[in-house]
Design a protein around this ligand. Structure first.
Ligand code: ZN
Length: 388
């Protein structure tokens, strides 16, 4: 075919511009709205050729056309399988390969060709998550990939099973065990702030929160255990708190803290889950952290200091999804004025309960952040119906 080149017009140019717009190489504003191979189109074609390792001439010949055609496929739009003798190629294959690579599967490289190795990697993934290992990426396999999200990394397939096992255990909270860990205590008050005649301590504040959370979760049929009482004699080290949660066979571990900083302007909520600098992360811990963080931000308006991966003993040694929530800065006058208000603490607790519930909802039945009414959950339990 004769290359399509600058100055050409027609439906083929519109198609090229549509694909380039979809790839964000052409601005959405001008995008596919006209059929002229103008200077912007030429620049976009060159950028595309460069990104695909094609010879860069700014014209669309047969090879560039095939590459553009492959680029239209979005992962999930069609079933992928190992076709012979002409293998399937496309951006969707490349996305699938990248995702499998991230998860530690051997696909060779992300070459956008669905060959034997990709098919074998898909089969291995399917086996790990309990699907029929046929090496074909159809709706079920896509669903499993989507549920597990992008951040299962470090070649730890057992975490894939862990995530899926949690969802498959069903949405009910009844009978689950949650260990709540109010930070500090005993000889360690945590962050202490004198406010006129008043003295606020992190240890007291988070114990009150833990109490409220215990009440709410117990009302939903959850077995709850706190790692300490209101005035313990000594401060239990984190390693013992983790071991306590393990020995109780907890399903979820939630550690509660408040932050402090010399700068009174530091404020906001942050949630931590297990992970290391080289990208190893607990998929379920990360998901729970994300839910807790989003629910708290949506329901309280505290500043969003996001979720972070940490290799702290508390998170590393616990064998269940575990998070540590820093519910705001006691040293920030604005965070403090809210934290000392019991109604605000109830809001925090509602957010955490909603997050724990969402952890067990299958992805297709998950609900928007801020939308779970915790009192309805309680009513459903009281009425003897399974929370669903
Ligand atoms: Zn603390």
């Amino acid at each position: 075919m004769r290359p399509i080149r600058p100055g050409d017009r027609g439906p083929a140019v519109t198609e090229i511009r549509t694909v380039l717009t979809g790839l964000d190489l052409l601005s959405k504003a001008t995008g596919p709205h006209h059929d002229e191979f103008d200077a912007a189109t030429e620049r976009a074609v060159r950028a595309f050729q460069q990104s695909r390792g094609l010879s860069v001439d700014g014209r669309v010949g047969a090879e560039t056309w095939r590459a553009l055609d492959a680029a239209r496929w979005r992962l999930g739009a069609r079933t992928l399988y190992h076709a012979v003798p002409v293998p399937l190629t496309g951006e969707d294959v490349r996305s699938l390969q990248e995702r499998l690579l991230e998860m530690g599967y051997d696909v060779g490289g992300a070459d956008a060709v669905y060959g034997v190795r990709t098919s074998r990697a898909v089969a291995q993934f399917q086996r790990e998550v309990g699907l029929a290992p046929d090496g074909t990426c159809g709706p079920h396999t896509m669903g499993a990939l989507r549920r597990l999200g992008r951040k299962v990394v470090g070649g730890r397939p057992q975490w894939l099973r862990e995530s899926d096992a949690i969802r498959q255990s069903g949405p009910t909270l009844v009978g689950r065990t949650v260990v709540i860990d109010p930070g500090h205590g005993g000889t360690d008050p945590g962050v202490v702030v004198a406010d006129g005649p008043l003295r606020w301590t992190e240890a007291d504040l988070v114990h009150d929160l833990a109490n409220r959370l215990e009440g709410r979760l117990a009302a939903s049929g959850v077995r709850v255990q706190l790692t300490r009482g209101p005035v313990p004699e000594t401060c239990l080290p984190d390693i013992d708190r983790a071991q306590l949660a393990n020995s109780l066979g907890a399903d979820v571990f939630i550690s509660l803290h408040a932050d402090g900083h010399a700068n009174p302007e530091a404020e906001g909520v942050a949630t931590y889950h297990y992970g290391t600098d080289n990208g190893v992360t607990s998929a379920t811990g990360e998901r729970l952290a994300g839910l807790v963080q989003r629910e708290i931000v949506a329901r309280t308006g505290l500043r969003d200091c996001r979720t972070h991966a940490k290799a702290w003993e508390l998170l590393r040694l616990t064998r269940m999804p575990a998070v540590r929530v820093e519910v705001g800065y006691l040293t920030s006058p604005s965070d403090r004025s809210r934290l000392v208000d019991p109604r605000f603490r109830d809001k925090l607790v509602e957010a955490i309960v909603a997050a724990v519930q969402r952890m067990y909802l299958p992805i297709e039945r998950d609900v928007p952040t801020g939308s779970i009414d915790v009192s309805e959950l309680r009513a459903a339990v009281a009425a003897g119906t399974v929370v669903d």
